[in-house]
Design a protein around this ligand. Structure first.
Ligand code: ADP
Ligand code: MG
Length: 311
């Protein structure tokens, strides 16, 4: 059974958000410990991951060093984090497998995702990224062509487009490697956003793709039998944060969509996970699971977590 596991960006930093090298490696090791259990359970695993905290840190380096080293665009930041996180994920995964007496080849694939240059996100950027800047600092970056929003007390924050992922261009490589027994890390951060030029060539764009929506598309492209969105809570919750909060267990895609329409899921957090799992289930007829990383084996066995089924 091929399982696509989508890890939150926070799975790669310490619980308090610390992102020192040793913190990121320790967090990856802990995440890959859970993934190795899933491999030991017999699953054929492909991993994708968020990169929000890591891209945020690269943007700070860009800002602080702009007078000395040319700032790099957001698509480069995405490519850099795919490579770095891919590297530490395959290292820690191999180590976790070795502890279980398992030896599987691994690979990290730098993955491009096609977006539509006409996506409404480009005309009206809404996705906040990076740290808060003062009005003066923000003005400098605006001169460099970036879009910033006044967020009141905390200061100004950069906003970028978050276009719909249309096609995972390197999915064929991922499928080939998975078919040959590789455990693959791919499409980190939702993929490096690229647009197709009129002459057929590809160009990276300043945008951020939602990693969960990217995971749904990748899961279909590689013909995954199951999509597991692994986060920091064991279930999607109905009435989250209210006295009536109830964890959602097995649920049909229609019922889950109804709850989403009623506003039960946070827009920048649980909302895209629910949307991603609904899309995958609707389009593939397979099941999707939202659960915590430490529940991943039970989740993939559909014995725990929010298990989304077609009917
Ligand atoms: P990740 O970093 O793993 O992608 P996010 O932080 O984006 O995860 O989303 C998970 C968070 O979503 C949870 O920690 C929780 O605070 C929040 N959340 C919002 N609405 C809900 C809900 N209805 N049920 C469960 N968690 C929710
Ligand atoms: Mg989080």
């Amino acid at each position: 059974m091929r399982v696509l596991v989508a890890l939150g960006g926070n799975a790669m930093t310490a619980a308090d958000g610390s992102a020192r090298v040793e913190d990121q490696i320790a967090a990856a090791a802990s995440a890959m410990d859970s993934v190795a259990d899933l491999v030991a359970d017999g699953a054929d695993v492909v991993i994708t991951h968020g990169n929000g905290p890591q891209v945020g840190n690269l943007l700070v380096k860009n800002e602080l060093s702009a007078a000395v080293v040319p700032p790099v665009p957001l698509d480069w930041c995405g490519a850099q984090t795919q490579a770095t996180l891919g590297f530490i994920l395959v290292n820690t995964l191999e180590a976790a497998l070795a502890l279980r007496g398992l030896h599987r080849p691994t690979a990290a694939v730098v993955t491009r995702t096609l977006v539509d240059p006409g996506d409404p996100g480009f005309a009206r950027p809404t996705k906040p990224i990076g740290r808060y800047l003062s009005a003066e600092e923000a003005a400098v970056m605006v001169e460099h062509g970036q879009t910033f929003e006044d967020r009141g007390e905390r200061g100004w924050r950069r906003v970028v487009a978050s276009p719909e992922p249309r096609d995972i261009l390197d999915a064929g490589v991922v499928t080939t490697l998975a078919d040959r027994g590789y455990l693959v890390v791919a499409n980190g951060g939702g993929g490096i956003p690229v647009v197709r030029e009129p002459d057929g060539s590809l160009r990276g764009v300043e945008a951020v793709i939602d990693k969960d929506l990217g995971a749904a598309l990748l899961a279909r492209a590689i013909r995954a039998d199951l999509l597991v969105v692994a986060t920091d809570v064991p279930n999607a919750v109905r009435g989250y944060g209210t006295p009536e909060a109830t964890p959602i267990g097995r649920v049909t895609v229609a019922d889950l969509r109804r709850l989403a329409a009623e506003g039960h899921f946070g827009s920048g957090s649980m909302g895209p996970k629910v949307e991603a799992v609904c899309r995958f289930v609707e389009q593939s007829g397979h099941h999707g699971v939202i659960t915590s990383l430490d529940n991943i084996v039970a989740g993939a066995r559909e014995a725990s977590g929010t298990v989304v089924v077609p009917t």
